[in-house]
Design a protein around this ligand. Structure first.
Ligand code: BES
Ligand code: MN
Ligand code: ZN
Length: 481
């Protein structure tokens, strides 16, 4: 999709040739000499246009308007959420083969979050997955022009939103691919390709290198599959080498069958999404290359399949992690924490300013928070509040969860330093407590995205979250310096 930014007023917007013109009006719009404000205010007066975000009125070839279709969409008081709703409804209303170019115009200056929300919402409403269709029909909308009267000072905000969209769509693409099109090797190839972009480097470790690092926990998960594991290391260098990096770790289980502790058959296909954390890290790097903020970022992706074979790890097996801690694997389906713990230990070598891991870690987090907010766990108040603000700013919400030591009780083992599961109660927290044992040497946060990273049901597909949250967090760091 191609984005453009203009600062026309409503008279200028009326002259713009396009397949659909979406006017995001606010209730205090006065009727002027231009055709658009005249139409909207008369419809408002007649009661034909509900002044409620998400409600739209459409007309075809209105007089004195160059666009083929006109969509009037209310944005209420103009919060990011309202604008997103309005844009989604408007785009859904005109989507079709004949709508290739669309103009989205504001009637007054929006706040930064609202403009960013509009950019995100067009992407979301028009996205189509095509990679494994035999007769791919791509997205209809090819060009999107944003029109913000007097909006020149919003250009940077618009640009970061466009770059965020690129990252979100990159993450969605990889997350949506079936597991046989997105193996650990495929992910590594995708990461290598990212390294062709400015300021990005990539290194990929295979089974031999991972073995010599002593990542016994990660290796135990991988051993049940014929697909070789990959440990992907990405670097984004936007600042001096001396500046400590932020490390992002993405869970990259390209398929999670549960292993010997096998999952039920129903909806097991959705476990191809168990690499959404990894996909979000790739997406963030895709955006960083475009935005070039003055920070350093390292991305770590431990990637493998969690399958079943004669060589698979068994419940009760004890493995030695890279940290030296031994782990009793009581449930082979709690594999995410087993690959993440070795990546956390690996992260120590970068002397990071902060480490954030992103994982579709627990069904318990889905029960706790549903699809609305990602679970945030961190013993560090300032890191936690920075991530919460980044989530609010980008409308990619998270919610802080507790980390009391009592939650770790269940992880005690008679045969190793720690067990990989506690009881069922508080499962999302126990998982975080397990990870915390490996994150003592740096400020650390964990995002459980099991509920937020994809949608089930008819609209099954990846959401690209939490790419917007992570980018907002990183951009704020770059700005704060
Ligand atoms: N990938 C799953 C978590 C998951 C489950 C994400 C459902 C989204 C929807 C993870 O590897 C897993 O299987 N976790 C177990 C942990 C349990 C065995 C302690 C779970 O949540 O059931
Ligand atoms: Mn699992
Ligand atoms: Zn999993």
């Amino acid at each position: 999709m191609n984005f453009e930014f203009k600062t026309f007023d409503l008279a200028g917007a009326a002259r713009e040739k396009c397949d659909a013109l979406v006017v995001l009006f606010s209730p205090n719009l006065k009727s002027g000499k231009d055709p658009l404000s005249a139409i909207i205010s008369s419809a408002l007066k007649a009661g034909d246009l509900l002044d409620k975000p998400g409600k739209v009125l459409m007309t075809y070839r209105p007089s004195d308007v160059a666009a083929t279709r006109l969509v009037m969409a209310s944005i209420g008081v103009g919060t990011a959420k309202d604008v997103r709703q309005a844009v989604s409804a408007a785009v859904a209303g005109v989507k079709g083969k004949t709508v290739k170019k669309i103009c989205i115009c504001f009637t007054e200056l929006p706040c930064e979050e609202a403009l960013e929300g509009a950019v995100m919402a067009v992407s979301e409403a028009s996205y189509v997955y095509v990679t494994t269709k035999s007769k791919p029909e791509g997205r209809d909308i090819q060009r999107v022009q944003f029109n913000v009267p007097g909006g020149l000072k919003l250009k940077p905000s618009y640009e970061s939103a466009v770059a965020t969209v690129a990252g979100v769509e990159f993450a969605k693409e990889w997350a949506n691919r079936p597991a046989n099109y997105a193996t650990p090797t495929h992910l590594a190839v995708a990461a290598k390709a990212l390294a062709k972009l400015p300021n990005i480097k990539c290194e990929v470790l295979g089974p031999k290198e991972v073995a010599s690092l002593g990542m016994g926990s990660f290796m135990a998960v991988a051993q049940g599959s014929d697909e070789p594991l990959r440990f992907i290391v990405l670097h984004y260098n936007g600042a001096l080498k001396t500046q400590a990096p932020t490390v992002l770790i993405g869970k990259g289980i390209t398929f999670d069958s549960g292993g010997i502790s096998i999952k039920p058959a129903a909806e097991m296909d959705e476990m191809k999404f168990d690499m959404c954390g990894a996909a979000s890290v790739l997406g963030v790097f895709r955006s960083l290359a475009e935005l070039k903020p003055a920070i350093n970022v390292v991305g770590l992706i431990p990637s493998c399949e969690n399958l079943i074979s004669g060589g698979a790890v068994k419940p009760g097996d004890v493995v030695t992690s890279m940290s030296g801690q031994t782990i009793e694997i009581l449930n082979t389906d709690a594999e995410g924490r087993l690959v993440l713990c070795d990546a956390l230990t690996y992260a120590e070598r970068f002397k990071p300013r902060a480490v954030v891991d992103i994982a579709t870690l627990t069904g318990a987090c889905v029960v706790a928070l549903g699809a609305v907010r990602s679970g945030l766990f961190s013993p560090d108040d300032s890191l936690a509040s920075a991530l919460i603000s980044a989530g609010d700013r980008s409308t990619d919400l998270c919610w802080r969860m507790p980390l009391d030591d009592e939650y770790a009780e269940g992880l005690k083992s008679n045969f190793a330093d720690v067990a990989n599961v506690g009881g069922r109660a508080g499962g999302a927290v126990t998982a975080a407590k397990f990870l915390q044992r490996f994150a003592g040497k740096f400020p650390w946060a964990h995002l459980d995205i099991a509920g937020s990273a994809w949608k089930s049901g008819a609209a099954k597909g990846a959401t690209g979250r939490p790419v917007p949250l992570l980018l907002a967090y990183l951009l704020a760091l770059a700005k704060a310096k």
